[in-house]
Design a protein around this ligand. Structure first.
Ligand SMILES: [Zn+2]
Length: 436
């Protein structure tokens, strides 16, 4: 019969683990060691179910909750049994402690919950948490990422998602040559469409590819995939293909933000080309087109009279500027199509515009012709926006916050840490903590 230390077990809450403290010590590194025995070890053989005979005990050392501000190590004295059943394949087995510590984990389950609460609710850094529990930064980072991924994937959290926003985000700008590092960002837009709340960051995965999205969708359950009605995205075809292959019932929506962005890019290309043709050099201060480069991209309704006059002056300065003027007019018409009083009006205006520029654009307007062809090929997705009302605008807002986070001098050296911080920062995970 184990001698129980009721006072120590109450103070250290070891009672709730089903263990009792038999001894304690403080080491040279400021850690408190608690030596414990299991109160009610099960000696049932996991293979045959018969009772085993006690052979010896093994010490399992794991980190536990800090006690009065010092890191703690729990030493569990785990009984080992011999299975005497003649036809059983198991000869020696340990008492099951998986309710206290997950298999191969370095910390107790309650410590994982404590770490996540400290990071999510109390905004503690990995460094501070690591110091509190007496583990390395890397150990805590890896552990927290696994926990955060589990929280992010909690079925209750994903249950109501019908409108999914997919976007890419550059998390790190690599100096010199080479691709920047992208993550695929998944956002729940359902609350926006329903008018019930803000968008939620659901998850982030490494890479920007068809596989990144398809693998993520594949890892959810069928119920989740069946509930998705709309997926909003930018013009990246990999995401479109992944959606078509993984989801039967979802409509793809190309986001207004990206449609306008595409047109803005073409307008800028046109301005640069005409600039080069007329002045023989890239834009510089004093050049009429260079002077209006920003006003050109601004919605006309937002310009002051002075800006409008300057814009007109720049466009009229030379006859050759007509290509810019025409492309500019279409760009403004595109923005205007989104601003109609009703979605129906918007959809009609957009359809007419897309049809107008899909073919037969006059010579000398190569950028506009390209825009016309590419928007026409995506017309179903562009027009679907007006039926569903789903927009990636909130995704952009979350990306803005992530961009800000990236700017903070936390020095994200690795992607896992970046994903961890992003989910903690924007994932609204506090209510899911019980799922650990
Ligand atoms: Zn057995």
């Amino acid at each position: 019969m184990t001698q129980r230390s009721a006072i120590a077990d109450t103070i250290c809450r070891t009672i709730e683990l089903g263990v009792t403290i038999t001894d304690a010590a403080i080491d040279g590194e400021d850690r408190t060691h608690l030596f414990c025995q299991l109160l009610d070890p099960k000696n049932t053989c996991p293979t045959c179910g018969q009772a085993g005979r006690l052979r010896d005990h093994v010490d399992r050392e794991v980190a536990d909750l800090p006690i009065v501000g010092h890191p703690t190590r729990l030493h569990l004295s785990v009984p080992r049994y011999v299975c005497a059943a003649t036809d059983c394949t198991t000869s020696v087995f340990r008492a099951d402690i998986s309710a206290i510590v997950a298999p191969r984990a370095q910390v107790t389950r309650r410590t994982t919950t404590w770490i996540m609460r400290a990071m999510i609710s109390d905004k503690m850094s990995v460094k501070a948490v690591a110091a509190a529990v007496g583990l390395s930064w890397n150990t805590v980072n890896t552990l927290a990422l696994a926990a955060v991924k589990k929280l992010a994937a909690a079925p209750a959290r994903l249950a109501g998602v019908r409108v999914l926003g997919v976007d890419e985000h550059k998390w790190k700008h690599v100096r010199g040559k080479g691709d920047p590092n992208f993550v695929t960002v998944l956002v729940d837009l359902t609350p926006i469409v329903d008018g019930t709340g803000p968008a939620r960051l659901l998850d982030m995965v490494a890479g920007r590819s068809k596989a990144a999205l398809k693998d993520w969708l594949g890892a959810r359950d069928q119920g989740f995939r069946d509930r998705i009605r709309v997926v909003t995205m930018d013009g990246f075809t990999g995401y479109r293909t992944a959606t078509a292959e993984a989801l039967d019932k979802a409509r793809v929506v190309m986001d207004p933000f990206h449609v306008v962005h595409l047109a803005a890019e073409k307008l800028t290309l046109c301005r640069q080309r005409v600039q080069q043709d007329t002045c023989g050099h890239r834009g510089r201060s004093g050049d009429p087109l260079y002077g209006i480069r920003r006003t050109l991209l601004t919605r006309i309704g937002l310009l002051t009279d002075k800006q409008k006059t300057r814009l007109r002056g720049g466009l009229d300065a030379r006859e050759e500027h007509v290509a810019v003027a025409v492309t500019y007019a279409i760009y403004q018409e595109l923005i205007d199509a989104y601003e109609q009083p009703t979605k129906r009006d918007s959809k009609i205006a957009m359809y007419k515009l897309l049809k107008k520029i899909k073919t037969g654009v006059p010579a000398g307007l190569s950028e506009l012709a390209q825009l016309g062809r590419s928007l026409w090929s995506r017309r179903a997705e562009i027009l679907a926006y007006f039926d569903t009302g789903a927009s990636n605008g909130p995704v952009e807002a979350i990306n803005g916050r992530l961009e800000h986070l990236r700017g903070i001098a936390l020095g994200f050296r690795n992607l896992t840490h970046y994903i961890l911080r992003s989910l903690i920062h924007s994932g609204q995970l506090a209510e899911s903590l019980r799922a650990l």
